[in-house]
Each structure stands twice: as structure tokens, then as C-alpha cells.
Ligand binder design. Sequence first.
Ligand SMILES: Nc1nc2c(c(=O)[nH]1)N[C@H]1C(S)=C(S)[C@@H](COP(=O)(O)O)O[C@H]1N2
Ligand SMILES: [Mo]
Length: 220
Amino acid sequence: MTDDDTRRDDSKLTRSKREWADKKRFLTGRIARPDAERLPPGQHVVTNWPVLDLGNRPEVPRETWTLTIDGLVANPVTLDWAGLMALPQTRSISDIHCVTSWSRYDNAWDGVATRDLLDLVRPLPEATAVTLHGADRYDTNLRIEDFAAADALVAHQWSGKPLTRDHGGPARLIVPHLYLWKSAKWLNRIEFRAIEEPGFWEVNGYHMRGDPWTEQRYED
Ligand SMILES: Nc1nc2c(c(=O)[nH]1)N[C@H]1C(S)=C(S)[C@@H](COP(=O)(O)O)O[C@H]1N2
Ligand SMILES: [Mo]
């Protein structure tokens, strides 16, 4: 990357951040946590990476993969693989917390930050939520400010290698600050909505938001 490129990226990021600050949107109120408080309540650390899903793991080749971003946005798009790769690429290291009680530290993700996707599609003012759709017909809901978290991304690599089919490759969502069921695998559609509609697990009793720090596991 040349100095010119660096400057251009910085100014673009600065511009987006200023716009969000102006709109007072996407403020998640997260604070940095000391290492001793790294593990949310009721969780234990694993070093393997369990596979969890509905059992139907679709084979989606990169050649035919698409991601549609539509609903309440000014500029709906359907990206193919080249289109995803042409967007700014982000590396982000984060912990995973699964509602079934395991956490896995220091996962290195490469992909496209959800903030860069927001810049591209420009949600309309009435958009307050997104539904994420997987190619296995799974879906899950997020508030727009959770989707827009600084470390959330559409990930296509884990530990520097292409994301495997079992873990949702070629591309999945990663929203590190919520339980992992929010992170849709085999992601093929992001739908912006005015009203937050519960997804697959949310209809089946899981919490609408899923914050591990306050143990939002199931709705009462
Ligand atoms: N498309 C899709 N995404 C999904 C699921 C699924 O069944 N289908 N399961 C969710 C659940 S419940 C969990 S715990 C995580 C598991 O991700 P992993 O298999 O990579 O650990 O994926 C989430 N994303
Ligand atoms: Mo899960």
C-alpha cells in the first residue's frame, strides 16, 4: 500500500465516523475489558472450534456465491465473489461466545467490515434492524447498531485460510460482541427492515439481542 492509499483510507474512515457521530447512530456503548474480565458469565474456554448448525451444510462454491443486500437501503446491491474482494478488506481479531457455554479466544478474521457495507448500501433513516439469511434457510435478526459494531464483518478467512464449509464458508457474518447464533453462516442476504423480526432461534425462545455479558440467552 502506498502512502497515498493509506491517506485515502484514513480520510474515508474518518468521514464515515464523522457521519455516524453526526447521526448519533451505531453507538454501541462498549467498553474495553481487562483480561481478567474477558470471559462472560457462565462460559468456559475451549481451544478447539465446535461446529454447530441445523445439520444441513450447503456447498456454496465461490464461483456461484452471491450476497444480496437489500430492503430499506438507498443502494441495494448483489455482490459476487469479485465484488466482495473489491471492497476494502479488514483483519479483526476477536473472541467467540456460544450460547451453549463455550468461548474461543483470539480468532483472526479477514473480510469486509459491516461499516464498509453500510457505506456502500446507505440504509434509509427508517431502517432499525437487519435479518441475516443463510443458504441453509437459517435466519437471525440484529439491531442495526449491533450489525454496525466496529469489529463486525462478513468474514471469508479464519486464521489466514479460507473459511471452511463447516464454519459457514465461503463467507459468514461475525458479530463478536453477541452470542454466535447471531453470526449467520453461508451468508447470502442482508435485509434491512423497519421492524426487528425474530429469526429462527429467536422464534424458538432465544433472546432477541443475545448479549453474553448480561447472559441474554433465552427470553423469559
Ligand atoms: N446459516 C446458519 N448460520 C448459523 C447457524 C445455522 O444453523 N445456519 N447456527 C448458528 C449457531 S446456533 C451457532 S452456535 C454458530 C456456530 O458456528 P460454528 O459452527 O462456526 O461454530 O453458527 C450460527 N450460524
Ligand atoms: Mo448455537
